[in-house]
Design a protein around this ligand. Structure first.
Ligand SMILES: *[C@@H]1O[C@H](CO)[C@@H](O)[C@H](O)[C@H]1NC(C)=O
Ligand SMILES: *[C@@H]1O[C@H](CO)[C@@H](O)[C@H](O)[C@H]1NC(C)=O
Length: 351
C-alpha cells in the first residue's frame, strides 16, 4: 500500500484545518428507513453463538466468539451480538470464512475502538475472510468521532472498518469516523441500507463494490471553508475490475465536499440515481495532480442524479461520460456477482 499518499492527504488537510471550528446547528442527516426488507434467511441450518456483555450469552466479547470458531470453517455460523456498546477491536482473520455477524440493530449494537497509529492494523473492524455477512451493527472509530465542538485530535486516518475479503455483504450497518472511515480494501462487496459517515476520503480503497440505498453522511462542516472528500478510490490500472458504484444513495451532511479524488491513477467511482444535496461542490471531483494522474485515466461519473448538488453544468471538464451500456454494466448486480454468491449466501437481503 502506498501510504504516503494518504499521509500527504492528511498533512495538506492539517495545514488547512482551523483548530477551533464553530459548530452548531448541525443537521441530523436522515437515514434510509425501509420496512420489512429482511428476506427470510435461506433454509440453511446454522449454529448461532450469542455475545452478551452482561453475561447472558455464550461470550461477553465479540472477539472471543470469533476466536472460538474453528479455522477453515466451512459452515455458516452466526455470531449474534446483543444490543450494547462493545469497546473492542474485532477481527475476522482470513482463515475464518462463512461468518454471519448479526447485531441487534444499527442503532443498538455498536462496536467502538479508537485505533489510529497503524492504518493497516488499527481499524475497529477488520474483515479478511471471504464469505462474510454483517447485519445491523454500527462500527465507530472514536479517535475523532463524534467531533468535539471544542477541538479535536489532529485529523489522520482512523478506520472504522477495513474489508479485505471477497464476497462480503453488509446490510443495515453503520460506519462512523472522520478520515478513512470505511476502507473498502479489496474483493467484491455489497453494501445495502448502510450509513457511512466521515469528512476526508471516508470511503477509500480498491474494493469492487456496489453501495445501494445507503446514506453517505458528510461531516465536513468543521473543515470549512475547506471541503471534504467522500471517496478516494484506488484502482491502479485500466484493466483492474474494481470501483465504487453508488446506486439509489443519499448524500447529505454539512460543510462542502467533493464526490471524490483519486488515490491511484485509474480511480473509478460512479454515482447513479442518487440524491446529492447542496453540500457537493460545483466542480464535483478533484484531479490527482499530486499523484501524477492523467485526468483521462480517471473514471469519475454521475448518471441520473438529483438534488441541489447534482447540477453537472459546472463540473470539471474531464469528468467521465460513460455510455449507457457501461452504466448498465456497472450498476447491475452482475458487476460484483456474476455467479450468484449474494443470492447463495444465507442471510442475504436482496428483496
Ligand atoms: C451457547 O449457549 C447456549 C445456551 O446456554 C447453549 O445451549 C449452547 O450450547 C452454547 N453454544 C456454544 C457454542 O457454546
Ligand atoms: C455536522 O454534522 C455532525 C453530525 O450531525 C455534527 O455532529 C456536527 O456538529 C456538524 N458540524 C457542523 C459544523 O455543523
Amino acid at each position: 500500500m502506498n501510504m504516503s499518499i494518504l499521509a500527504r492527504f492528511a498533512l495538506v488537510l492539517v495545514l488547512f484545518i482551523c483548530l477551533r471550528s464553530s459548530e452548531g446547528g448541525g443537521q441530523t442527516p436522515p437515514s434510509w428507513v425501509s420496512g420489512g426488507a429482511a428476506a427470510a434467511a435461506a433454509a440453511t441450518k446454522y449454529q448461532t453463538i450469542t455475545v452478551d456483555q452482561s453475561g447472558g450469552g455464550n461470550y461477553t466479547t465479540i472477539q472471543s466468539a470469533i476466536d472460538a470458531i474453528p479455522y477453515d470453517n466451512m459452515q455458516w455460523i452466526c455470531v449474534y451480538v446483543k444490543t450494547g456498546i462493545y469497546n473492542e477491536q474485532v477481527k475476522i482473520p482470513y482463515d475464518k470464512p462463512m461468518i454471519y455477524l448479526k447485531g441487534g440493530g444499527k442503532r443498538k449494537t455498536y462496536v467502538v475502538w479508537n485505533g489510529h497509529n497503524s492504518i493497516e492494523a488499527d481499524a475497529t473492524f477488520i474483515s479478511e475472510a471471504d464469505n462474510v455477512v454483517v447485519k445491523s451493527i454500527t462500527f465507530i472509530n472514536s479517535y475523532n468521532y463524534p467531533l468535539a465542538s471544542n477541538g479535536h485530535n489532529p485529523i489522520m486516518p482512523a478506520v472504522a472498518a477495513k474489508i479485505s475479503g471477497d464476497k462480503s455483504a453488509f446490510y443495515r450497518c453503520g460506519f462512523m469516523g472522520v478520515q478513512d472511515t470505511l476502507w473498502d480494501d479489496a474483493g467484491r462487496h455489497y453494501f445495502k441500507l448502510c450509513s457511512i459517515r466521515g469528512a476526508v476520503d471516508f470511503i477509500m480503497g480498491s474494493g469492487q463494490s456496489i453501495y445501494e440505498r445507503s446514506t453517505i453522511s458528510v461531516i465536513a462542516g468543521f473543515l470549512s471553508p475547506q471541503p471534504g472528500f467522500i471517496t478516494a478510490q484506488s484502482r491502479d490500472a485500466a484493466s483492474d475490475l474494481n470501483g465504487f458504484v453508488f446506486k439509489d444513495c443519499n448524500v447529505v451532511g454539512n460543510g462542502t465536499t467533493y464526490l471524490g479524488r483519486p488515490w491511484r491513477g485509474h480511480a473509478r467511482v460512479l454515482f447513479h440515481n442518487s440524491r446529492l444535496s447542496n453540500i457537493v461542490v460545483p466542480q464535483g471531483w478533484l484531479d490527482g495532480d499530486f499523484i501524477g494522474t492523467t485526468m483521462k485515466d480517471l473514471v469519475f461519473a454521475e448518471d441520473e442524479c438529483r438534488g441541489d448538488g447534482s447540477d453537472t453544468s459546472r463540473r470539471v471538464w474531464w469528468k467521465s461520460k460513460l455510455s449507457k451500456e457501461e452504466i448498465r454494466r456497472l450498476t447491475s448486480m452482475s458487476y460484483i456477482d456474476e455467479e450468484g454468491w449474494i443470492k447463495n449466501q444465507a442471510f442475504n437481503m436482496l428483496s
